[in-house]
Design a protein around this ligand. Structure first.
Ligand SMILES: [Zn+2]
Length: 217
């Protein structure tokens, strides 16, 4: 089973990817992790990526694609894989399809975790963390026992600058612009499965299992 997880920031791709990884014993390949590992290990591609990461810039399409292809060449992906964070753009989706076709590996199933933008905004702007011990909270999802105070160490909770409404609206807008063509690409090929991304992780995972179960019949 070759899966691609699609969804906006905050839609729960990471959590669902982990659940899928456990359920199906397939490697979960997160493009962000690949980049970090390659940079850390100082591989040829990692060295190229380092310059962008160091300057806080996005690693270019082609370089991320090369990293993913290199990872997909490893034998543990023969039975399948779960891609998280890739493809982000139409070019990446096309490159992935060409790569798999050239190897007779068949098409992917693209799972799109669909969630209303206001819900995403609420999820992301509600995040708080404790700078002293690193514990994460959420104003509604996982509220601290005392407002603004860390349960674990009593530290003052803060919001990351990345989690403010302006920054998040901008991230969601960029995401939409980049990813809508990717959704269309998979939809045109009949490979897109839309999954309702609302509710708790277990509920979402049940919907994913239902979708994947139907496909295999
Ligand atoms: Zn703390």
């Amino acid at each position: 089973m070759q899966l691609v997880l699609l969804g906006a920031p905050g839609a729960g791709k990471g959590t669902q990817g982990e659940l899928l990884e456990k359920e199906f014993s397939l490697p979960r390949i997160a493009s962000g992790d690949l980049i970090r590992q390659a940079v850390k290990q100082g591989t040829r591609l990692g060295e190229q990526a380092r310059a962008y990461v160091a300057q806080g810039e996005l690693v270019p399409d082609e370089l991320v694609t090369e990293l993913v292809k290199e990872r997909l060449a490893a034998p543990d992906t023969e039975a399948g894989f779960i891609l998280d964070g890739f493809p982000r753009t139409l070019t990446q989706a096309q490159s992935l399809a060409e790569y798999l076709a050239a190897q007779n590996r068949g098409a992917v199933t693209a799972l799109f975790l669909a969630l209303d933008e206001e819900v995403l905004l609420h999820r992301l702007t509600g995040r708080r963390f404790c700078p002293r011990c690193g514990t994460s909270f959420h104003l509604t999802g996982r509220p601290p026992k005392r407002e603004g105070i860390c349960d674990a160490c009593g530290g003052q909770l803060e919001q990351r600058p990345d989690d403010t409404e302006t920054v998040i609206r901008n991230r969601l807008r960029v995401y939409r612009q980049e990813t809508e063509p990717v959704l269309d690409f998979y939809a045109d090929k009949g490979l897109l499965q839309r999954v309702d991304g609302s509710g708790d992780p277990e509920a979402i995972f049940s919907r994913i299992q239902a979708v994947l179960g139907e496909k295999r019949l």
